[in-house]
Design a binder for this molecule. Structure first.
Ligand code: UFG
Length: 328
């Protein structure tokens, strides 16, 4: 089966592409390399291009005989999305729409979409199930929610079937150590903590110690990127086997505070990791923990690496190796 992976040179996309290829799929990656890395595409064919290019999308779907799409290409920084909303609506919604139009035109019926816990906003209850109300507090989350609504309409009108995967906090690195998380700038907690441990970052800040949590710091549900990648394969297989369109949360159902993450990182690295305290970061909910019972029950998804220590160990191996030639 020929699968197009948009954003397949990015952090999560590169792990998805690798796992798909290992499962026997023919992988075609489309990435504009604005944030992705050429070296991250370990398997399959990399086509460098942008979703804004409708002619290119048509050509790829036709010439590569694409049967299904996994769509991860997006802008994904919450902070930036509140400074440049237009960039997020254009790239995540309008350019994504180009992809759906090209799929309809070329008779491609299945799409797995990379969505986010940010669609929920501040949760009313945890663990968060898929039926929890959606009140995104930032443009990033809203852009992803818009796209989910568009896919629903395309299913109704064009019969396009989708699985939307709402990721909680993706973390860790491929266990082979070949690919991992390399954002520029880096904003995510675990890589920042590990860069501090490596001495390549001066300061680590804890954003807020006055949250209503056990130790005052935010609680998140960290999910190993390999477990996340595996869910995409189950989703595309499900769609190909006739699964109706649906939405799934993806997390481990267990929350860890920022302080706990730092403690586990100290254990893994064997180093003392100093942190300074700062005021809260705008738009951070106190607690985000997923219920992933639905995907477990319906698709048989089971996380293989739910343990935070294993997640951080895999990231540590990757960071110690210098990332893609030096943590760019
Ligand atoms: N944090 C710090 N210091 C840092 C970085 C982060 O204290 O230097 C804290 C944050 O305040 C937050 C927690 O660590 O409480 C996790 O922060 P991340 O930036 O690693 O992850 P987020 O939970 O903010 O973001 C993740 C995804 C987003 C997605 C969001 C959904 O990366 O794409 O979950 O809420 F939108």
């Amino acid at each position: 089966m020929n699968i197009l992976v948009t954003g397949g040179a990015g952090y999560i996309g590169s792990h998805v592409g690798k796992k798909l290829a290992e499962a026997g799929y023919n992988v075609i990656v489309l990435d504009n390399l604005s944030k992705g890395h050429r070296e991250a595409v370990k398997k399959g064919k990399l086509l460098v291009g942008d979703l804004a290019d409708t002619g290119l999308l048509d050509r790829i779907l036709e010439e590569e005989e694409i049967q299904g799409v996994i769509h991860l290409a997006a802008d994904s920084l919450v902070g930036e999305s509140m400074e440049k909303p237009g960039k997020y609506y254009r790239n995540n919604v309008a350019n994504g729409l180009n992809l759906l139009e090209a799929m309809v035109k070329n008779g491609v019926k299945y799409i797995v979409f990379s969505s986010t816990a940010a669609v929920y906003g501040e949760p009313e209850e945890v663990p968060i199930t898929e039926s929890h109300p959606t009140h995104p507090e930032n443009t990033y989350g809203e852009s992803k929610l818009f796209f989910e609504k568009i896919m629903k309409r395309y299913d109704q009108i064009h019969g396009l079937k989708y699985v939307s995967l709402r990721y909680f906090n993706a973390a860790g690195a491929d266990l082979s150590g070949q690919i991992g998380e390399a954002h520029d700038p880096e904003t995510h907690l675990i890589p920042i903590v590990l860069e501090k441990a490596l001495g390549i970052r001066d300061k680590l800040y804890i954003f807020g110690t006055d949250y209503p949590t056990k130790d005052g710091t935010c609680i998140r549900d960290y999910i190993h990127v390999e477990d996340l990648a595996a869910a995409h394969i189950l989703a595309i297989e499900g769609l190909a086997a006739g699964l109706e369109s649906r939405i799934y949360n993806l997390g481990n159902g267990e929350g860890y505070s920022v302080k706990e993450v730092i403690e586990v990182a100290e254990e893994v690295t064997g180093k003392k990791i100093e942190a300074d305290i700062r005021e809260r970061r705008a738009g951070d909910p106190a607690v985000l923990v997923a219920s992933s019972e639905k995907i477990k029950k319906e698709l048989g998804w089971q996380p293989l690496y739910p343990d935070l220590k294993t997640i951080i160990e895999s990231a540590w191996r990757w960071h110690q190796g210098g990332g893609f030639g030096g943590n760019d």
